[in-house]
Ligand binder design. Structure first.
Ligand code: NAD
Length: 253
């Protein structure tokens, strides 16, 4: 089993070391109330506190108008002490995606976290058949570019893909970002395939990924659990992105 927490710890420690000597303030913005955004915010704020990073959390009403949403975003963008904005995505369908200058999730942290996990495990990506299941703007699409940069051969499957098992069986590395519990079983994959589970699902109040973990682990030891896999690494990558966006702490004389 691939331990996301251990990988996250290293990335986090490096970022914390630097951030402690910087001035940083993050505005976390989410629209509507959902369990996964709430727990993601909790993980982020814990990390910010460890790094002495100031933050404010804005939870906006689900039906907020475009005008009010744009006004808040514009205000945050123009507030000097705010270093970065973390906007929970996807937004509800009635809101347009803003183009943020202070976007903390650019490059997308989840896609970056998947690459960090593969690198930390010394899993070769070059020339490997990588299957991404899910083509969202926040995970599938940016991840395809990152994997291509690593010289992988990339296939993206989505809701219109037929005979998915033909693809899963042939893949060396499978990244699942669908949002359906038990979507990938051990039967669907080849022996010793690498499986990175991005999914976040709540079944009877319990957090679970997109894999039927118990059956997948009988086929391969290279699988990320949920919780404890991609999630903590993503939150750690957010801190690493923040390092890139911050300026040195001002010294008083
Ligand atoms: P999404 O919810 O926007 O879309 C789901 C994707 O799955 C679509 O591209 C769709 O084409 C594909 N899909 C649906 N049914 C399919 C099928 N039968 N066969 C193949 N493909 C199918 O995607 P998202 O926003 O990337 O979220 C996916 C999951 O990842 C969710 O559970 C989400 O909560 C989770 N997520 C986790 C993190 C993290 O850091 N761990 C970050 C973002 C999203």
């Amino acid at each position: 089993m691939i331990e996301g927490k251990t990988i996250a710890k290293k990335i986090k420690e490096e970022a914390i070391e630097i951030l402690r000597n910087k001035n940083a303030f993050v505005a976390i913005v989410s629209v509507g109330n959902n369990e996964s955004a709430t727990s993601y915010t909790h993980a982020l704020t814990q990390n910010f506190e460890s790094a002495s990073v100031d933050y404010a959390v804005y939870t906006l009403e689900e039906h907020i108008t475009q005008k009010d949403f744009d006004y808040l975003i514009e205000t945050l963008e123009n507030t000097d002490y705010i270093t970065a904005i973390f906007l929970h995505r996807p937004l509800p369908k009635h809101l347009k995606e803003p183009s943020l200058r202070k976007d903390l999730d650019n490059p997308p942290c989840t896609a970056t976290a998947v690459i960090e996990i593969l690198k930390a495990q010394n899993i070769e990506m070059q020339s490997k058949n990588c299957l991404i299941i899910g083509r969202s703007e926040i995970v599938g699409k940016p991840l395809s570019r990152l994997l291509l940069d690593e010289n992988a051969t990339v296939t993206i499957a989505h809701s219109y893909t037929k005979n998915l098992q033909n693809f899963t069986k042939k893949a060396d590395i499978i990244i699942v970002a669908v949002g359906k519990a038990n979507f990938i079983t051990g039967e669907a994959i080849s022996e010793n395939a690498v499986v990175i589970d991005v999914g976040i699902n709540y079944v009877d109040g319990k957090l679970t990924g997109d894999c039927d973990f118990q059956s997948v682990i009988t086929k391969t030891p290279y699988v990320t659990p949920v919780p404890g896999g991609v999630g903590p690494v993503t939150s750690a990558v957010v801190l690493a992105n923040l390092v890139e966006m911050t300026s040195p702490k001002k010294t008083t004389q």
